[in-house]
Design a protein around this ligand. Structure first.
Ligand SMILES: [Zn+2]
Length: 272
């Protein structure tokens, strides 16, 4: 009898509109230039940002990334079974600094035609790898600093190389002796390992899911095979000075699809 009453009540609840639960939405991270938001909604919900579809994992996770010069407000919309919720996201502005780097070998600043062909080939290879990304939210492992050392370069600074203005520095530099261990910043799949790119030198690229990737360059050695899965904190290589580098350091960078993200916002201060 009790069971039957309970069932009827449940049915009434299901049939009456107002009792229906709102679509779930959780956002963590910083809505700022170079920032990444990790979103979680109900499985099966469709997510758009300013009308553009946002990829979601099976369990309802999604990522929103904002570029270095992305300002203003964006509208997040989530729809599920005829229900819609909207949230305005205001992107906070930041000031970026100007950095001068002098004394680089001239052919690494202004490459000759042969080098340009090699650079073109290498970036085509990288682009092909970046055409797909796993739908699994591997980034939920959280983020760890990939190397210990002095932070010698930060995200977003305008670079002037040998007096010539170049694109902003999209990454974080950690100055450390050659051979200092380099670790994966989060769980992921190693999708690219290169033994010596023109600018990057020895390189590892890791896919963390839903278009989020980390890259580690100028390595002295790589210790992981292309195609393997890695855990946050797992050793993948060592600090070096290969490619275009003025001294031994790790340059690492995060991107969401093509948008460069400031990893430091996710990592917090460098551990002692
Ligand atoms: Zn760098």
């Amino acid at each position: 009898m009790i069971t039957r009453v309970f069932l009827v009540c449940t049915l009434l609840l299901l049939l009456s509109g107002p009792a229906r639960a709102e679509i779930a939405l959780e956002l963590t991270g910083k809505a700022t230039e170079g920032g990444l938001l990790i979103g979680k909604t109900d499985p099966g919900a469709s997510v758009t940002l300013d009308g553009k579809a946002v990829r979601t994992s099976e369990d309802g996770h999604f990522l929103l990334g904002f570029g270095r010069d992305e300002t203003g407000s964006k509208q997040l919309q989530i729809a599920l079974m005829g229900q819609v919720i909207r949230r305005d996201i205001a992107i906070a502005e930041r000031a970026f600094k100007t950095e001068r780097v002098d004394g680089l070998p001239e052919r690494k600043v202004t490459p000759d035609p042969k080098a340009l062909e090699r650079i073109r080939q290498e970036s085509a290879e990288m682009a092909a790898v970046k055409a797909s990304s796993t739908a699994k939210p591997l980034f939920l492992s959280g983020f760890l600093w990939p190397a210990r050392g002095r932070i010698s370069g930060i995200y977003g600074s305008q670079r002037i190389l040998n007096g010539k203005p170049r694109r902003p520095h999209y990454g974080t530099d950690v100055a450390a002796p050659v051979g200092t261990p380099v670790h994966a910043i989060a769980d992921g799949k190693v999708v690219y390992v290169h033994d010596g790119m023109f600018f990057n030198g020895k390189t590892v690229l890791i896919d963390h899911g839903l278009g989020l990737r980390s890259v580690y360059i100028h390595l002295s050695e790589t210790l992981i095979l292309q195609g393997s899965m890695v855990r946050a904190g797992e050793r993948i290589g060592a600090v070096g000075q290969t490619g275009r580098a003025t001294g031994p350091h790790l340059h690492f960078a995060l991107t969401l699809d093509e948008t460069p993200i400031d990893a430091e916002l996710l990592l917090g201060p460098m551990p002692e």
